[in-house]
Design a protein around this ligand. Structure first.
Ligand SMILES: *Cc1c(COP(=O)(O)O)cnc(C)c1O
Length: 437
C-alpha cells in the first residue's frame, strides 16, 4: 500500500483521491502487459503535476501570442532540443496533445480532403488514424491498405509496391499498433519516390526502441515522423512530430495563402497550431523534456534492449507451450498470439487473465474470422514490465502463468492461485512507493 503525495487532494476531494489511489494500487499489484502502456519515472510525474498547467502559450518559443512565456519557453526549447538530439531530427514539434493529434496535424497539411493515402490495414496491425472508416482519416480522405502475408505474418514489399502503383496515393504511411516485426524504410522510400508520395512513419509504439537504436531508424527515409511520447519512449501521455531532413515546399505543401517559400517543419508547425490545436499543455511538455532527458542517458539503451530481450523470451516460452505467434516471434516489444488452435477467443483470454491480475488486450490477428469485440488474439507487450525491472527469467515465469490461466480459462481456483504468484512478483519489483515522500 502506497500513499500519493497530493495532501491537498486527499483532504479536499477524498472521492477523486480514493479512485486515484486505487488506480495506483492496481498498477502496483498487477502485471501490466498492454503493449502501448508504460510507467513514467517519479521526475516525469512531478513535472506533470505543476503550475505549468496554468499557462497559455499559443505559438512557439519566442513567438507567442501571450505574455509571461519566458519560463515555459525554456521548457519547450529543452524538450525540442533533446528530442532533436535523441532522434537526429532537423525539426520537431512537441505540442501535439496525443499521437492522434500529431497525425491530424500532418493530414491537415499533407492532404486535401478526398486525397488518397495508403497505409497498413487496421486488421493487420495498423492504427485507426491510418485511414480507418470510423476515424477522420478514413472519413475525410480516400484510404487504401496493404497488409501482411497469411503464411509469414510479414509485410511483402513487392505487394506494397504493386498496391502503391495501383492506388497512386499522395501519402504512404508506415507504423503499427500490433506488428511484431521491423520495417524496411529504405524500400518504403523507394516506393514512395516511384509514385511521388509523401512517406510518413508513425513510430508511436516503437519510438523508445528507435531512439535507443535497437530498431531500424526511419529518420533518414521518412519525410515526416509522428509519435506518441508515452509508449516505449516512457514519457507523459502526448504526441510529437519530427522531420529528419527538412526540405523546402515539399509536395506542394506550401504556405497556400502567403505564397512564401516555407520549410516542411514550418508548415507542420502551423498544422499543430493554429491548424488543429489551441494552447499547448506546458506541464506535459515539461514532462516530455524530462523523459527525453532520461532517454538520452546510456542506461536507456540498456532498457530498450531489455524490452526486446524480454519480448523474445516471452515469445519463445509461449511457442514451447504450443502458442501460435503471428510471424512466429518478435523483433520488438510485443507478441501477437493467435489463440485459434487453443479454442479460445481474445475476449475470453483477456477476461481470464484479468481475473488473474495480468492485464492484456484482445486483438484482431491478420485474417481474423471474428469481430473486433471478440477477436482471435491477444497482444502482449513488455515495456511496462521491463520498467519494473523484469528480465527474461521473469518473462518466462509470466509465460508459464499465462499458460496456466489459458489452459483452464473458466477455473477461478487457478486464477486465484496465479493471482497470488502475480502479487509475489509485483512485490519483488515494486513500482511506485509514494509512502516514502
Ligand atoms: C497509440 C498510437 C497512436 C495514437 O496515440 P494516442 O496518443 O492514443 O492518440 C497513433 N498511431 C499509432 C501507430 C499508435 O500505436
Amino acid at each position: 500500500m502506497s500513499t500519493l503525495p497530493q495532501h491537498a487532494l486527499s483532504t479536499q476531494d477524498p472521492d477523486v483521491y480514493a479512485a486515484i489511489q486505487n488506480e495506483v494500487d492496481r498498477q502496483n499489484d498487477g502485471l501490466e502487459m498492454i503493449a502501448s502502456e508504460n510507467f513514467v519515472s517519479r521526475a516525469v510525474l512531478e513535472a506533470m503535476g505543476t503550475p505549468l498547467t496554468n499557462k497559455y502559450a499559443e505559438g512557439l518559443p519566442g513567438k507567442r501570442y501571450y505574455g509571461g512565456c519566458e519560463h515555459v519557453d525554456v521548457v519547450e526549447d529543452l524538450a525540442r532540443d533533446r528530442a532533436k538530439k535523441l532522434f537526429g531530427a532537423d525539426w520537431v514539434n512537441v505540442q501535439p496533445h496525443s499521437g492522434a493529434q500529431a497525425n491530424a496535424a500532418l493530414y491537415l497539411k499533407a492532404l486535401e480532403p478526398g486525397d488518397k493515402l495508403l497505409g497498413l490495414d487496421l486488421a493487420h496491425g495498423g492504427h485507426l488514424t491510418h485511414g480507418s472508416p470510423v476515424n477522420f482519416s478514413g472519413i475525410l480522405y480516400e484510404a487504401a491498405f496493404y497488409g501482411v502475408e497469411k503464411d509469414t505474418g510479414r509485410i511483402d514489399m513487392n505487394k506494397v509496391r504493386d498496391k502503391a502503383h495501383e492506388v497512386q496515393p499522395k501519402m504512404i504511411s508506415i507504423g503499427a499498433s500490433a506488428y511484431p516485426r521491423d520495417f524496411d524504410y529504405e524500400a518504403f522510400r523507394d516506393i514512395a519516390d516511384e509514385v511521388d508520395a509523401l512517406l510518413w512513419m508513425d513510430m508511436a509504439h516503437t519510438a523508445g526502441l528507435i531512439a535507443a537504436e535497437v530498431m531500424n531508424d526511419p529518420m533518414p527515409y521518412a519525410h515526416v515522423v509522428t509519435t506518441t511520447t508515452h509508449k516505449t519512449l516512457r514519457g507523459p501521455r502526448g504526441g510529437m512530430m519530427l522531420v529528419g531532413n527538412d526540405i523546402e515546399n515539399p509536395f506542394g505543401i506550401t504556405a497556400r495563402k502567403s505564397g512564401r517559400t516555407k520549410m516542411l517543419g514550418e508548415v507542420l508547425d502551423s498544422g499543430v497550431f493554429p491548424g488543429t490545436q489551441g494552447g499547448p499543455l506546458m506541464h506535459v511538455i515539461a514532462a516530455k523534456a524530462v523523459a527525453f532527458g532520461e532517454a538520452l542517458q546510456d542506461d536507456f539503451t540498456t532498457y530498450a534492449q531489455q524490452i526486446v530481450d524480454n519480448a523474445q523470451a516471452l515469445a519463445e516460452a509461449l511457442i514451447e507451450r504450443d502458442y501460435n505467434l503471428v510471424s512466429g516471434g518478435t523483433d520488438n516489444h510485443l507478441v501477437l498470439v493467435d489463440l485459434r488452435n487453443k479454442d479460445l477467443t481474445g475476449k475470453q483470454a483477456e477476461q481470464a487473465l484479468e481475473a488473474a491480475g495480468i492485464t492484456t488486450n484482445k486483438n484482431m490477428v491478420p485474417y481474423d474470422d471474428k469481430s473486433p469485440f471478440v477477436t482471435s488474439g491477444i497482444r502482449l507487450g513488455t515495456p511496462a514490465l521491463t520498467t519494473r525491472g523484469f528480465g527474461p527469467d521473469e518473462l518466462r515465469r509470466v509465460a508459464a502463468l499465462i499458460d496456466r490461466v489459458l489452459a483452464d480459462p473458466s477455473n477461478e481456483d487457478v486464477q486465484q492461485a496465479v493471482r497470488s504468484e502475480v502479487q509475489a512478483l509485483c512485490d519483488t519489483f515494486p513500482l511506485y512507493d509514494f509512502a516514502t515522500v
